[in-house]
Write a protein that binds this ligand. Structure first.
Ligand code: ATP
Length: 151
């Protein structure tokens, strides 16, 4: 299905803006001025970004930033969600995509959850033939998804 990246993102981010505002988080979007239309599965794409944004909002403390960036490079769509103020311990990173795995947060950002969000994201990314990477260090966490697309 044909997807207009700008339309898709603005609709999606609008729904998260309210939530970020309510938590005093700063939501920042980086998207090219005129991204090409792409061919992909809109439901899967939406679910992937919704889950990543949901986590970012959930684990980011007030007054910190969440940055969503989208880029189209050759035949890849690159989606990145970075959030500040919440680090995943290196020892937990290998398990982060496992079903029901959750990091035990001892601090006051402790949040409820099932540990299924990232397992679903990984499954959808694989189904679309893409890859997902996570980096977490020095108080920031980035999930980077790259998906093959037809421009
Ligand atoms: P649910 O899927 O029900 O929201 P969850 O958030 O615990 O539950 P996952 O989305 O699978 O489950 O995430 C697994 C763990 O990874 C979380 O418990 C959390 O500790 C950590 N995590 C995920 N995303 C982030 C993030 N953006 N920043 C910091 N920690 C994160």
């Amino acid at each position: 299905e044909r997807i207009d990246l700008k339309l898709w993102l603005s609709a999606l981010l609008e729904s998260f803006q309210e939530r970020a505002d309510a938590h005093q988080q700063y939501l920042q979007i980086e998207i090219p001025d005129s991204p090409p239309q792409i061919e992909s599965n809109p439901d899967a794409l939406n679910r992937i970004l919704v889950e990543l944004l949901h986590n970012a909002c959930k684990y980011t403390p007030p007054e910190e930033r969440i940055v969503v960036s989208v880029a189209v490079e050759q035949n890849q769509l690159q989606l990145r969600v970075t959030n500040f103020g919440a680090e995943i311990p290196a020892s937990a990173l290998p398990q982060i995509f496992d079903k029901f795995y959750r990091v035990a947060h001892a601090d006051r950002w402790k949040q409820g959850g099932t540990g299924l969000g990232l397992a679903l994201v990984q499954k959808l990314v694989k189904r679309l033939g893409g890859a997902i990477d996570v980096n977490s260090a020095q108080g920031e966490t980035t999930f980077a998804v790259s998906l093959p697309i037809v421009v």
